[in-house]
Structures are given as structure tokens and as C-alpha cells.
Design a protein around this ligand. Structure first.
Ligand code: MN
Length: 378
């Protein structure tokens, strides 16, 4: 083993500083490299990402064939759906998946969700994949800027994932890299915390030791808050393995990534795209609603709902979570007014915390009212 051989790739995945478990999964088994970011919470997200990676390993081609790689991603998708149906993990679990097959300077990529593939060259960085996320759609439409997307409240809402739609299709890319380039696959726990130029600078500084580079990227994400699980897979493009010793290194620096695909099935593709977009929006809306909560007054007490108070396209997206014992009429008038208007929160926990806060308002501001209006009527 030469030094170059032992250091041709590195994979790193960690929990970050806020989450209590790691739902990401990574794989580095040349020629296959994968990052998956599981969704759905405890005993779901990590099940989905692990299943997807294992299935992909079993089905992935040995050569950079984007179509074959996309087929393997479809198999992984079916496997996650099947598992959830059979009670492995949980209903509604899902995962992103960004996978690459590297042979010499040729890279095939298949991609679903908001994990990313990047190509790094001489301190520069180029994002190869397009995010399947609500904010990425908004940036593409020009509704918000790239910078605004980093802080948008819906930045983690993704519009395509494995585990929900049996007809899901992965984006595929074929990339002709140059010897010395570095391929990076990363979950949003890195890319959401560390900006692209900083990622490029860190890798440029540490690239002699890819294991160190991956660790340094995670350190930077943690230093920025470590809000999510952090995963990074780094691959040095040597141009030496397999049949990849090509002297025609890319001279078109502006087009190192191009989506692969044929126009033969264009009509079918357009219909499929339409169905996927509609389905994707529905799924994104559902995912968003599911994360929200609100408080309302019902039968005189505060009731906590998961979801959103207003229907989307005529569909109710609200599920009762808890009927509390907090009597609205006992609260200070300003709080009563708020409850009667419906109080929205961005998580169920936040809703419960608010109920606790209102309960303490009962105790401190109206000390007598806890003993309830005694009505000796009968
Ligand atoms: Mn994540």
C-alpha cells in the first residue's frame, strides 16, 4: 500500500452538538461512496438511512454507470418503503441519498434530497447536485436569495426522499474530473453550518490527509453550532485506477457536471416530472405541517394540536395532541385573547412549553383562581 493508496478516501459521520442520536449513514467502499440523511426521528431516520445504504451497496454497479446507479437507488427506495410497511422502523420514515461511483477521473452520481456532492479543485468548490428542497426551489424561482435560504424557517423541508413514493426517481450526473480533484459528499449538517468557500478553504488546508480533512470539516460545523448530524465523505480523484487513465482531462472547467439522460422518453419524463412535483409539494407540505403545532380554546380549555390551523388546498393537516386542564377563562385577558386567536408554534415541544408557561401565569397572576369558582347551586 502506498501512502496515496491508504489516503485516497475518508468518511466521517457524527452526531453534532444538538441532536441526541445520529440519523446519517455513510459508506466508503470504492468504487462506491454514499451519504444518507435519515428522516423521521428516533428508530426511524437511522433505520431508513442504514437500509438505503445497505441496499445500495448490494445493487450498485461496479462502474460509473449513472443509469445502473439510479436503478440501485430505486431498489433502495423500494426497500425503505417495504420495511416501513412491515413494521421495521416507522411509517413515514425516509432518507436522502447522494451516491457516487468513481473510476479514474469518471464519476457517476445519483442523488435524492438535500445532501450534496461537491467537486473541489485548487481551493475552489463546485456544487454538483441540486438540492431537492423547498428553499432550493425558492432560490431557483428567485423568491429568495441563496443567503436567505440558509436561515429560512423551512430550510430543512425536502421535496424528494427515499421511503415515500414508490415511483421516485433519482437525479443522475456524469462528471469528468481531473486528477487531484477531491469529491465531497456531505449531509446538510455540514453544508447548512459551513459555507461553501469555508469548506473549500478547510479542505485545501488539510487535503494531504483526507481523514484529517473530514474531521476538520466536522469541527467547523460543530464550531458553528453543530445543529444537526454531520457527515462528510472525501474521495481523492487520482485518475489511476480502473480504465480511467485518460489524457483528455476536462478543459471545459465551466461544465464539469452535466445531468445525464436521453430525450427519447421525454414525454413520459415530463408526465412523471409533473406527478413528482405535485407529489413532492404535497409531501413537503405534509412534512412541514407535521412539524408544526398550535393551541386553541375548545370547551373552555386549551387544546394542543400538531399540524397547522388552516387547511391546505382543502386538506386538514391537524391532529389533536393533548387536551389540557388549563381553563382559558382563568388566564390573564391578554393571554385569553391570544388563545382565542389561535397560537401557532414551530414544534409540539414549544406548544407544550407554552402551556406550562400559561399554567404558571395562572398560579402567579391570579392566585385565587386555581381553587376554581365554587358554585354551591344545588
Ligand atoms: Mn440532516
Amino acid at each position: 500500500m502506498t501512502a496515496r493508496g491508504t489516503d485516497s478516501y475518508a468518511a466521517h459521520s457524527e452526531i453534532g452538538r444538538v441532536r441526541d442520536h445520529n440519523e446519517d449513514a455513510v459508506l466508503a467502499e470504492p468504487p462506491l461512496f454514499v451519504v444518507a440523511d435519515g428522516l423521521g426521528g428516533h428508530e426511524a431516520g437511522e433505520v431508513a438511512s442504514a437500509l438505503a445504504v445497505e441496499t445500495l451497496r448490494d445493487h450498485a454497479p461496479r462502474r460509473p454507470d449513472p443509469k445502473a446507479l439510479a436503478r440501485a437507488v430505486r431498489a433502495a427506495n423500494r426497500e425503505v418503503i417495504r420495511a416501513a410497511r412491515e413494521g421495521i422502523g416507522k411509517q413515514g420514515m425516509g432518507t436522502t441519498l447522494t451516491a457516487a461511483i468513481v473510476e479514474g477521473t469518471r464519476i457517476a452520481i445519483a442523488h435524492v434530497g438535500d445532501s450534496r456532492a461537491y467537486l473541489l479543485r485548487d481551493g475552489t468548490i463546485r456544487q454538483l447536485t441540486e438540492d431537492h428542497s423547498m428553499v432550493a426551489d425558492m432560490v431557483r424561482r428567485g423568491t429568495i436569495t441563496e443567503e436567505e435560504s440558509r436561515y429560512h424557517p423551512n430550510r430543512s423541508v425536502i421535496t424528494r426522499a427515499l421511503g415515500t413514493d414508490p415511483n421516485m426517481v433519482a437525479d443522475t450526473y456524469e462528471v469528468e474530473a481531473e486528477p487531484g480533484d477531491i469529491l465531497l459528499l456531505a449531509s446538510d449538517g455540514l453544508t447548512g453550518m459551513v459555507e461553501d468557500p469555508d469548506i473549500a478553504a478547510i479542505v485545501a488546508r488539510t487535503e494531504d490527509d483526507l481523514t484529517q480533512a473530514a474531521r476538520s470539516l466536522a469541527d467547523a460545523a460543530n464550531a458553528a453550532g453543530g445543529h444537526d448530524n454531520i457527515s462528510a465523505v472525501l474521495v481523492r480523484i487520482s485518475g489511476e485506477n480502473g480504465s480511467g487513465r485518460r489524457s483528455t482531462a476536462s478543459t471545459r472547467a465551466g461544465s464539469i457536471a452535466r445531468p445525464s439522460g436521453r430525450s427519447v422518453l421525454a414525454v413520459v419524463a415530463w408526465i412523471l416530472a409533473f406527478v413528482l412535483i405535485v407529489g413532492g409539494i404535497g409531501y413537503a407540505t405534509y412534512r412541514y405541517a407535521e412539524s408544526q403545532a398550535f393551541l386553541v380554546a375548545e370547551n373552555g380549555v386549551i387544546v394542543v394540536y400538531r399540524g397547522v390551523p388552516d387547511a391546505f388546498a382543502g386538506i386538514e393537516l391537524a391532529w389533536p395532541a393533548q387536551t389540557t386542564d388549563v381553563v382559558v377563562a382563568d388566564l390573564p385577558p391578554a393571554t385569553q385573547a391570544k388563545i382565542n386567536e389561535t397560537v401557532r408554534t414551530s414544534s409540539l415541544q414549544e406548544a407544550y412549553d407554552l402551556v406550562d408557561q400559561y399554567r404558571s401565569e395562572l398560579a402567579t397572576t391570579t392566585p385565587g383562581s386555581l381553587s376554581a369558582p365554587v358554585t354551591p347551586t344545588p
